[in-house]
Ligand binder design. Structure first.
Ligand SMILES: Cc1cc2nc3c(=O)[nH]c(=O)nc-3n(C[C@H](O)[C@H](O)[C@H](O)COP(=O)(O)OP(=O)(O)OC[C@H]3O[C@@H](n4cnc5c(N)ncnc54)[C@H](O)[C@@H]3O)c2cc1C
Length: 384
């Protein structure tokens, strides 16, 4: 057993750290958060530096690395700034569905621009009536001649108003039993007739990512935009979650570490009752608890990523990592706000934003209750 990152992994981690130190600033983050703006300029530079899609093969614009290398980047970016880091890490959201199941032509057309900073991607699974349970969908895709005609509504879609293409999960066969056996994923391009995206705001956190409601009204999607096979969409999305949930765990890990760093720095300088806050044993114990929680989240997240890269796909471990890291982020950012006292409540001191940005980790890509269901089902299966 070896818990050490390789030399190359450390280099990648350093590259991401240096990029974030150079390109992110507190002032910029405050402005982007306040104006609900995606960090377009920083995203372009991140793509030029090879920080987006590092896990794609070289022929599709990536560097042929694994999920582990990708999550090291995500952790570093989110550590430096929760809002910018999360926005950058979600810029290629759901591209992996194309990577895993798409045709070579689709990969050429969509993935290379994602790594070059020309395309932003999105994945549309949730509907107003189907969130945790997507086994039945009301968004339909009906084949007519050379097209699928898509009708329906998707909601809460990250990058909705800024994405160039969308992976959309549709009910292709409404009579399938169970219904999820009749689901299909399609690629829908922005600007396709009958397709609109409407921003959903105001919202609690991750204000630098767009969250949108998508409406499909007789949208004609060419048959060539089918991803993989018909009626396999549900399974494709579940497989995608096995990977993407590790990335969310890494976001949570970075956000936790970033909040901790700021709290530690603050208590080393702030004096009350004639002593620095860090000299009170109560503060030291808080710091010890926080650091231990972060380290356990890191161990689980890295193990889930490493396992994934060994082709040992383990939904239970992935869900454990996401659930634990998500909870850790919420608790650590709250502790950080408290350690800063009244100043922690002001957006100028950043932990306020980290706190607001943390909660989503326990909601998107499956709530913590859904992760528990996945973990429990696996445990029960293993017992049989
Ligand atoms: C900012 C943001 C970005 C998002 N981005 C995307 C995106 O890019 N693409 C996308 O498709 N979706 C996205 N989502 C949607 C997100 O994945 C869903 O909101 C989430 O899966 C929960 O679904 P829901 O909101 O319908 O809640 P519901 O499913 O209605 O759940 C409500 C509550 O009931 C609980 N619950 C549900 N079922 C069970 C059960 N069986 N046992 C116990 N408890 C249960 C849930 O845990 C939750 O606490 C995003 C959401 C947000 C807020």
């Amino acid at each position: 057993m070896d818990f050490e990152l390789t030399h190359l992994q450390k280099q990648i981690q350093n590259m991401a750290r240096e990029f974030a130190l150079r390109e992110f600033s507190k002032e910029k983050a405050l402005e982007l958060d306040e104006t609900y703006s995606f960090p377009f300029e920083i995203w372009k530079k991140a793509c030029q530096s090879g920080l987006v899609g590092i896990h794609f093969p070289k022929e599709y614009g990536g560097q042929g690395h694994g999920v582990t290398e990708n999550i090291l980047i995500v952790e570093e970016l989110c550590r430096r700034d929760s809002g910018i880091g999360i926005a950058l890490s979600l810029a290629d959201f759901s591209s992996e569905v194309v990577l895993r199941f798409g045709t070579p032509e689709q990969k050429q057309k969509y993935l290379i621009p994602v790594t070059r900073g020309e395309f932003i991607s999105a994945g549309a699974y949730t509907e107003p009536d189907h969130g945790s349970d997507i086994t039945l969908l009301f968004t339909t895709a009906t084949q007519k001649g050379n097209f699928y005609v898509v009708n329906g509504t998707k909601t809460f879609i990250t990058n909705g108003t800024i994405a160039d293409f969308f992976v959309v999960l549709c009910q292709n066969d409404p009579n399938a039993k169970p219904p999820y056996r009749g689901q299909t994923t399609l690629l829908v391009e922005k600007g396709t007739k009958g397709f609109t995206a409407t921003e959903i705001k105001p919202k609690m956190g991750i204000r630098m990512t767009s969250t949108a409601q998508l409406s499909f009204s007789d949208v004609k999607v060419p048959l060539a935009h089918l991803i993989g096979e018909e009626n396999k969409g549900f399974y494709q999305v579940l497989e995608f979650f096995d990977e993407s949930r590790i990335e969310i765990a890494a976001q949570a890990l970075g956000v936790s570490q970033g909040a901790f760093d700021r709290a530690l720095e603050y208590v080393k300088n702030r004096k009350q009752f004639g002593k620095r806050l860090v000299d009170f044993q109560m503060t030291q114990h808080k710091l010890a608890d926080m650091a231990t929680r972060i380290e356990t989240a890191r161990l689980l997240t890295y193990k889930a990523a490493w396992n994934y890269d060994q082709n040992r796909i383990d939904s239970k471990l992935t869900s454990m990592a996401k659930m634990h890291a998500g909870r850790t982020a919420v608790d650590i950012t709250e502790e950080a706000v408290e350690l800063l006292g009244g100043y922690g409540y002001l957006n100028e001191y950043e932990v306020e934003r980290f706190y607001r940005d943390a909660k989503i980790m326990e909601i998107y890509e499956g709530t913590k209750e859904i992760q528990k269901n996945t973990i429990a089902s696996a445990l029960i299966r293993e017992l049989k």
